[in-house]
Design a binder for this molecule. Structure first.
Ligand code: SAH
Length: 231
C-alpha cells in the first residue's frame, strides 16, 4: 500500500509531451499576446488550441512557441505569433465571416482563422507549401480551410466577396482585385512597401467606398508573381 500510493501520485504528476506544448501555448498567450494588449477571448482561445509546433520545420519544433518568426521551406517564414494575433484582431472577425488569406505559407495563420470563422480560403504561390499546409490541416481535422495554389494578387474571384482579407506577404502597392473582392463592410489587412519600409495597412469598405489607414511598421516577405518577380 505504502509503495503504491507514491507511484500513483508520480504517474499523475508526469505530464505528456502534448501537455508540455499546451503549457507553452498558455505561456505564449499570456506573455506575448495578452501582455501586448490583445484581449479578444475567441482569439486567445484559438492561440491556446492551435499546435504551432505542427507548422514549423522539425529542427525548429523546440522554438515553436518563441516570440519570433521562424524559417519554413522555399525561403519563406512563419510569422511571429504576436503579429498573427495583431492582424487577426484588426480584422474584427465574427464567426459567419468568409475570409481570404493570401500567403498560406506554413498554414498557421489559416488554422488560427479557422478556429474563429466558418470558412477560410487561402492561396499560396508555392505548390510545395500549399500541399504541405493542406496535409497538416487534414492531420489536425480542419474541414473549413480551402486551399489553392496560385497568385494571390488576383484574389479568388469565384469565391468572393469576402468579409475579411488578410495578406501575409508584402506587395509594393495594394492589389486592385483584392479591393474589388471585399464585401460591403469588409476589412482588408495588408503589409505594403519594399524592404525595410513596409507598413501594415487596414482598409474598410463602407457604402462602396474604401477608407484606409496605416497602423504599424512591419517586415514581411515580398509578394511575388509566378516568375518570383516582386509586385
Ligand atoms: N501566413 C503564413 C506566412 C507565410 S509568409 C504563415 O502563417 O505561415 C508569406 C507567404 O506568402 C509565403 O509562403 C510566400 O510564398 C507567399 N506568397 C508570396 N507571394 C505570393 C503570391 N503572389 N500569392 C500567394 N502567396 C504568395
Amino acid at each position: 500500500m505504502s509503495i503504491f500510493i507514491p507511484i500513483l501520485i508520480l504517474m499523475c504528476l508526469e505530464s505528456s509531451p502534448q501537455d508540455a506544448y499546451r503549457n507553452q501555448r498558455i505561456q505564449m498567450v499570456s506573455k506575448q499576446i495578452i501582455a501586448r494588449g490583445i484581449n479578444d477571448r475567441k482569439i486567445l482561445e484559438a492561440f491556446r488550441e492551435v499546435p504551432r509546433h505542427k507548422f514549423v520545420l522539425p529542427e525548429y519544433v523546440r522554438f515553436a512557441y518563441n516570440d519570433s518568426p521562424l524559417p519554413i521551406e522555399e525561403g519563406q517564414t512563419i510569422s511571429q505569433p504576436f503579429i498573427v494575433a495583431f492582424m487577426t484582431d484588426a480584422l474584427n472577425l465574427k464567426q459567419s465571416d468568409r475570409i481570404l488569406e493570401v500567403g498560406t505559407g506554413s498554414g498557421y495563420q489559416a488554422a488560427i482563422l479557422a478556429q474563429i470563422c466558418d470558412s477560410v480560403f487561402t492561396i499560396e504561390i508555392f505548390e510545395s507549401l500549399s500541399q504541405k499546409a493542406k496535409s497538416v490541416f487534414e492531420e489536425l481535422g480542419y474541414d473549413n480551410i480551402y486551399c489553392k495554389t496560385g497568385d494571390g494578387y488576383e484574389g479568388w474571384p469565384e469565391k468572393s466577396p469576402f468579409d475579411a482579407i488578410i495578406v501575409t506577404c508584402a506587395p509594393t502597392h495594394i492589389p486592385k482585385p483584392l479591393k474589388e473582392q471585399l464585401a460591403e463592410g469588409g476589412r482588408l489587412i495588408i503589409p505594403v512597401g519594399e524592404g525595410q519600409v513596409q507598413h501594415l495597412v487596414l482598409l474598410q469598405k463602407k457604402n462602396g467606398k474604401i477608407k484606409q489607414k496605416n497602423i504599424l511598421p512591419v517586415r514581411f516577405v515580398p509578394m511575388v508573381d509566378d516568375d518570383l518577380k516582386k509586385y
